[in-house]
Structure formats: structure tokens, C-alpha cells
Design a protein around this ligand. Structure first.
Ligand code: DC
Length: 230
């Protein structure tokens, strides 16, 4: 039996940190799908391919090869054989990722890869469309959110801690703009799956949110196993 957890929600709601934590606590494999969209955007930026227009990227999409591997339990994004994990975290790459994620051929390619990975093992997968499109049959679904000001403050603290110079108000308007684009795109827009539980992390620590998800997931798993004992 595959017991996957789908975690969706807007930018900077704490999904990746919490999903990684949940994976550690439950022994599941963590898959960060945002990194895959970021890798496509990063490839465009490196190769002078515009992200606003469809055709230039569509004609070169087969030049992009994305794989993931693990180093000390941390997901590494391998783009055409090169580990680009550290290059994907900037706000600029995030912004461009939001643009390329609107193209159907990009989604088709990445969703296929995500489904192939999740078909082989139980995963904690985070993104925007995991519970609605990628793994609609996921065993446990979470929709994670937080107020935009809390999300902007977290992103600001994260970047500042890494020594990246940034401005809180620019981050806030970026986040609000990305929310709008992610929620209003035609294909697989960000929305809560009807069977997902809502977790607002505005006033929760990473550990509180991870423990809550772990507890609810394990309770559901025990119930399922009890009811399916032969
Ligand atoms: O979670 P993130 O900030 O790393 O995601 C970057 C962008 O990628 C986000 O703005 C929308 C897109 N994305 C998506 O469309 N579907 C996913 N499953 C994950 C990310």
C-alpha cells in the first residue's frame, strides 16, 4: 500500500520546510515539485529563452532533462546532469517559475515525472496541484496557508539569514502577485482539494504544524489498516 501525503498551498506558507519535516518523522520520501518548475525557469534564464511567450520554450522543452537525487536525505535537483539545487532559491527564479508553470507542455512533462516517482513509493509531495491533479488519490491531503504578511516576513528572514539583501515590501508584493497568478491560471490553478484538511500556519511553529500533520496522517493510516485487515 502506498500512503502518500499531498501538501498544497501558496508561496512561502511553510510547505517545503514542514513537508521535509513530516517526511523525516514518518519515514516517507520528500518531493519538492516547486524545485522542478524553478529548474525549468532557471534553464530559460541561462539560455536566453523568454518565459512570457509559449513558443520559444515549447520548441526547446525536450532539451531540458530534470532528475532528482538525495544527499544526506535532502533533495537535489539535477538539471541536464548538473546539480543546480543552490541556484533555485531566489525570488527571481520563483517569479519566472510561476510564469513557465502556466504552460501546458511544462506541466505535462513535470506532472508525468512526479507521478512516476510517486507510483514507486510513499511520498510527501508539496506544490500547488498535488492533491487536485498530480495525486488526486493521495492517501492524506493538506492545504497549507498563512497570511501574506506572515509569509513575506518568513521569506525575508530566510533570505536575510542566507546573506541575501532584500526588501520586505518588495517580497510582500511579489508574494501577492504570485498568489494571484497561481490561483487564476487556466491550468491546474492553486486551490484546496475538497478532501484536503486546512492548516493555517500563521501562528504555528514548524514543529507544531509537522506534528499535527504526522498525528492526523498516522491516525488515518491506523484506521485504514484496522478496516482492511484480512
Ligand atoms: O513552491 P515554489 O515557490 O518553489 O514554486 C515556484 C512556482 O512553481 C510557483 O509560483 C508555481 C509553480 N508550481 C506549480 O505550478 N505547481 C507545483 N506543483 C509547484 C510549483
Amino acid at each position: 500500500m502506498i500512503y502518500s501525503i499531498a501538501i498544497d498551498g501558496p508561496a512561502a506558507a511553510g510547505k517545503s520546510t514542514i513537508a521535509r519535516n513530516v517526511a523525516e518523522k514518518t519515514g516517507l520520501i520528500y518531493i519538492n515539485t516547486g524545485a522542478m518548475y524553478r529548474a525549468v525557469a532557471y534553464w530559460c534564464m541561462k539560455n536566453g529563452v523568454p518565459t512570457r511567450e509559449k513558443e520559444p520554450l515549447k520548441s526547446r522543452i525536450n532539451e531540458i532533462d530534470i532528475n532528482i537525487s538525495y544527499e544526506n536525505g535532502i533533495q537535489q535537483l539535477i538539471l541536464n546532469g548538473e546539480n543546480v539545487t543552490e541556484d533555485l532559491n531566489s525570488e527571481e527564479v520563483g517569479r519566472e517559475a510561476s510564469k513557465v508553470s502556466q504552460f501546458p507542455f511544462v506541466r505535462l512533462k513535470l506532472v508525468k515525472l512526479q507521478q512516476e516517482i510517486a507510483n514507486k513509493q510513499s511520498v510527501v509531495m508539496d506544490g500547488r496541484d498535488i492533491g487536485t491533479k498530480v495525486l488526486p488519490g493521495a492517501f492524506f491531503k493538506v492545504y497549507m496557508t498563512a497570511s501574506s504578511s506572515v509569509r513575506a516576513k518568513r521569506r525575508y528572514d530566510e533570505l536575510t539569514a542566507k546573506g541575501v539583501e532584500c526588501d520586505y515590501n518588495t517580497i510582500l508584493s511579489d508574494i501577492e502577485h504570485r498568489d494571484y497568478e497561481d490561483e487564476n491560471r487556466e491550468l491546474a490553478p492553486l486551490k484546496q482539494a475538497s478532501d484536503a484538511i486546512l492548516i493555517d500556519t500563521s501562528d504555528m511553529s514548524v514543529d507544531e504544524a509537522s506534528d499535527k500533520i504526522k498525528e492526523l496522517f498516522e491516525k488515518k493510516k491506523e484506521e485504514y489498516e484496522r478496516n482492511h485487515k484480512s
